[in-house]
Design a protein around this ligand. Sequence first.
Ligand code: NAD
Length: 462
Amino acid sequence: MAQYDVIVIGAGPGGYVAAIRCAQLGLKTACVEGRDTLGGTCLNVGCIPSKALLHASHQLHEAEHNFARMGLKGKSPSVDWKQMLSYKQEVVDGNTKGIEFLFKKNKIDWLKGWGSIPEAGKVKVGDEVHTAKSIIIASGSEPASLPGIEIDEKTVVSSTGALSLPKVPKTMAVIGAGVIGLEMGSVYARLGTQVTVLEFLDHITPGMDGEVQKQFQKMLKKQGLDFTLGAAVQSVTTDKGKNTVTYKLRKDDSEATLEAEVVLVATGRKPYVAGLGLDSLGIEMTKRGQIAVNSSWETNVPGVYAIGDVIEGPMLAHKAEDEGMAVAECIAGKHGHVNYGVIPGVIYTAPEVASVGATEEALKDEGRAYKVGKFPFMGNARAKAIFQAEGFVKILADKETDRILGAHIIGPGAGDLIHEVCVAMEFGASAQDLALTCHAHPTYSEAVREAALACGDGAIHV
Ligand code: NAD
């Protein structure tokens, strides 16, 4: 039986970052992980492998659509799916081994197995019970399917199965036009699959800025994805390897069906807390099945903390990472802080979509006086050079003070561009502060500056 200052349960981006920060702060730390590799959902079957497939399929799209006009002639490459999957695995392996290295470097013990908490101060892994002054639950989330749908990870898949299909299907029904549905849907659409997205709401990507939603859907349609909005999926049946999705159109309650070789269920995720023993420990949960925590990420059981997808807030790796660092600081007696108002969200399609802070719809609901600065990538020389000039940057600022309240970007490199607005927001900057900052030419970032200029006296290149 080993004794620790801190035991972290789960080695995803929340857990492994918390463990590293605890160790850096001088705490004797262990991390429990039952998978064969570290990194959790994100590194093994989420963010990282999907980025590899998004990259590879984007290269194919470029070859098929843009090479010839750039003077690159010749046959477009064909898809060697097996090789694409091993490239994806190579990327995953490199990253998960990287975490192993970081654990060794920081002298963190990896307790292999699935952990439970028999009582405060104790973590059981297999037959062994370890003691710790503090326990951090960072066990992440799992796909939330719908009643009437059984995910078999063969032809009715979650994101996990969608990352390892045995072949590129001819047809795919995607249930849910959220982040997973659109990222994976666009991978397969680029590889030649006929993709149909069924979405309950009347728009895609719930929570995003309305103008971005419309532009994004238009661009995805152009890439070949079909959308049926206002479609409440009821069930999926499988017969002789053929899947039939039944849905109701909300506008008139009529029933319709869709046949597809593969069905991707992307209707959200839920906290993964099974087997932790939270009930007998008396851990308080929220109405939505998340672990309730205070502002130091401590549960109602003293010494037991929780971070990431198991608590409230967006289910994002970087939100979990920030909480991981902050909870470690709190446990070490320092001040941990996460600014929940400045957490960016990115969809890694082509083009990328990124946002931070308030949407225009939220500001309207609040009755807040705001102004909008918008700049189309059509006025950005660099975006035009790579045929990605269809999107825009939109900055929302307070009408009186000019303080930046939010930003929404659809266009090349949006997932990186958003961070200059995040930094500006962290410093409480005005749109004018951004507009007065010199931006190198020619870069995509100039579009951000131009949107900031548009909040004031006007953009230049439009
Ligand atoms: P999501 O919540 O983003 O989207 C789910 C969608 O399914 C919604 O649009 C919802 O209206 C729709 N839906 C629900 N029930 C339905 C029904 N019966 N019929 C039709 N549509 C229905 O969920 P997701 O895409 O599964 O992603 C899960 C989580 O993982 C999210 O929190 C997401 O932020 C996170 N994630 C993030 C990234 C990223 O940051 N790039 C990538 C992947 C996943």
